[in-house]
Design a protein around this ligand. Structure first.
Ligand code: AMP
Ligand code: MN
Ligand code: MN
Ligand code: MN
Length: 278
């Protein structure tokens, strides 16, 4: 059975390894088919493709788009996209455009909470000036000892109701799916178990996602518990959605699963790669 990992990050967004280094690690970990899916960014794709080619690793160009739906942040993964598609390129540029100002506001809030110069601190971890994220702030808060690890940072800071949380409007769901499809790709709901939707909201969300042309959801992801593997396998089946598998690896020591380390998809679901020439 092929080891397929379709979700991870590099220094082009909030990962700690460069795209070529992530490729080498995927190969080392026994991954056969690999997608890099940086947040709101396509800049790592040429390096990732080249490195994967050199390593004999089958490569799928990908992205993870930040979306706001009913006030919640949702992530939509696009796979097999053409990274030169103008609408996708422009849409992502607009989506990430407000990150700089958001980061400054986050920093002001943290300063008011007794943590000065967090913007400068976070910048030390940023690999791409266009993509400063909460993860970079979280790494700085761990560095200065405000929290022991990233998980604790997100429990005490940077999330709703906590210092450093700045509400932000990302892309619209319909637009994100449209950009992905327009670029020849397939749209997948990332880590569905992570959202705070009611059952009613989640149903309405999936209806709109499918209406827009979305075709799959992650079932096996580093963000799900084993219970959630079963739950979302059933949801995918009931909703007629294909299933995906991805570690959501961000860097050594930071992620629950290393590349390719996850369980395989359950037999009960139809893999998103069913019709791919692998
Ligand atoms: P942003 O796009 O700037 O809002 O940052 C979101 C990123 O923060 C996600 O992609 C994760 O990498 C990270 N993140 C969010 N919640 C957590 C958490 N509880 N623990 C660790 N990382 C998290
Ligand atoms: Mn991330
Ligand atoms: Mn995500
Ligand atoms: Mn991710």
């Amino acid at each position: 059975m092929l080891n397929i990992d379709l979700h991870c990050h590099s220094t082009v967004s909030d990962g700690t390894l460069a795209p070529a280094v992530v490729a080498a690690r995927a190969k080392e970990m026994g991954v056969d088919v690999w997608a890099l899916t940086d947040h709101d960014e396509l800049g790592g794709i040429p390096e990732a493709r080249q490195a994967a080619g050199d390593l004999g690793l089958r490569y799928v160009p990908g992205v993870e788009i930040s979306v706001t739906w009913a006030g919640e942040t949702v992530h939509i993964v696009g796979l097999h996209i053409d990274e030169n598609n103008a609408d996708l390129v422009n849409g992502l540029a607009a989506t990430r455009g407000g990150r700089g100002r958001r980061a400054e506001e986050m920093s002001q809030q943290l300063a008011a909470a007794g943590i000065p110069d967090a913007y400068e601190g976070a910048l030390k971890y940023v690999g791409n000036p266009d993509l400063i994220s909460r993860t970079h702030f979280a790494r700085y808060l761990v560095e200065i000892g405000a929290c022991p690890d990233l998980r604790e940072v997100f429990r005490n800071y940077l999330t709703e109701g906590k210092p450093g949380y700045v509400p932000f409007r990302w892309a619209a769901l319909k637009d994100a799916v449209k950009w992905i499809r327009g670029a020849g790709g397939v749209a997948i709901v990332a880590h569905p178990g992570r959202y705070n939707f009611t059952a009613l909201e989640f149903g309405a969300f999936l209806d709109e996602f499918k209406q827009a042309g979305g075709i799959g959801m992650e079932v096996i992801t580093g963000s799900h518990t084993p219970d959630q593997y079963d739950i979302y396998a059933k949801v995918a089946k009931a909703q007629g959605l294909l299933a995906s598998r991805g570690s959501d690896f961000h860097g050594p020591g930071e992620s629950k699963f290393d590349l390719g380390e996850l369980p395989h998809l359950p037999e009960s679901v139809v893999p998103v790669w069913r019709d791919w020439a692998l």
